[in-house]
Design a protein around this ligand. Structure first.
Ligand SMILES: C[S@@+](CC[C@H](N)C(=O)[O-])C[C@H]1O[C@@H](n2cnc3c(N)ncnc32)[C@H](O)[C@@H]1O
Length: 261
């Protein structure tokens, strides 16, 4: 969710720095929300409907937090390829023969610059990673060419306008740099894949102080673009806007899937 990371080498470094800093706390951020992690893992499973031994590549896998359900259909013979440029995130993948780390960007896989051990792939999954891709149409085209017949690309991403209880500057900055899901779906269609695009939502209830800790830890990349002073001011705004002990909001995700005929 780092807006600037789409715009050049220095900002790609910033993305890497962001995830290097975040890697240690990334899973802890979700530790108190196991129902959400289970819901998301379930939704991904339900969209992909993987067959046993499908060759799956999770692009921008991070620490593999949402892979629990997909791992049920994987085996050591056809492990899930966990593709991520951040070694710090890959180092936190569970030590499991059904997961195989590949240090690379989506662009490097799409262009063939970094080879994968499967000649064809049955499913590429992007869970909150597509916004890091510089040229989405080109990358999707490259990945679509690597799909097996009936293969699919599933993208899970946030809409531009979040309903998160953040301060207005953070919401605006996020909106300014997040790719529009409808544009991603159009790019997917352009590759020739039969494309479906729908929203899925999850109702979040979170203790206000826990939410504020997440904001202070700059858990979203967009927050890491604010100075410590700006984050403190933003937290004051959140406290004013949300005097309640428990905050509720809707987390809405775009699911975009393209299937090869
Ligand atoms: C918000 S995290 C999502 C991690 C994981 N999919 C999840 O949902 O927990 C985004 C991930 O994308 C990775 N990333 C950044 N640039 C990328 C690129 N060009 N290609 C693939 N992954 C990238 C980051 O290193 C990070 O691990």
């Amino acid at each position: 969710m780092h807006p600037g990371c789409e715009k050049g080498p220095r900002v790609i470094d910033l993305t890497d720095e962001h995830y290097q800093r975040l890697a240690k706390t990334y899973e802890r951020n979700w530790a108190d929300r196991p129902e959400y992690v289970a819901w998301m893992a379930d939704r991904i499973m339900s969209w992909l409907k993987p067959a046993p031994d499908d060759r799956i590549a999770d692009i921008g896998s991070g620490t593999g937090l949402f892979l629990s359900r997909l791992m049920e259909t994987a085996s050591a013979r056809t492990p899930i390829l966990c593709v991520d440029p951040s070694q710090h995130m890959l180092d936190l993948l569970p030590d499991d023969p059904r997961l195989s780390p590949v240090r690379a960007t989506a662009e490097q896989i799409a262009s063939g610059e970094v080879p994968v051990p499967y000649e064809h792939v049955d499913a590429f999954v992007f869970k909150e990673a597509i916004h890091h891709i510089k040229d989405i149409p080109e990358t999707l085209r490259g990945l679509a060419e690597r799909l097996a017949p009936r293969g699919r690309i599933l993208i899970v991403t946030l809409p531009r306008r979040l309903e998160y209880p953040l301060f207005p500057e953070a919401l605006d900055r996020f909106a300014g740099d997040q790719p529009e899901p409808a544009d991603i779906a159009a790019a997917m269609r352009e590759t020739g894949l039969a494309t479906e695009h729908r929203s899925e939502e999850y109702a979040v209830t979170i203790d206000r102080e826990q939410w504020i800790d997440l904001v202070r830890n700059q858990w979203m990349s967009v927050l890491s673009t604010f100075t410590a002073g700006e984050i403190d001011e933003g937290i004051e705004t959140i406290r004013l806007l949300h005097p309640e002990h428990e905050i509720t909001y809707t987390d809405r995700f775009a699911f975009i899937q393209g299937v090869k005929h």
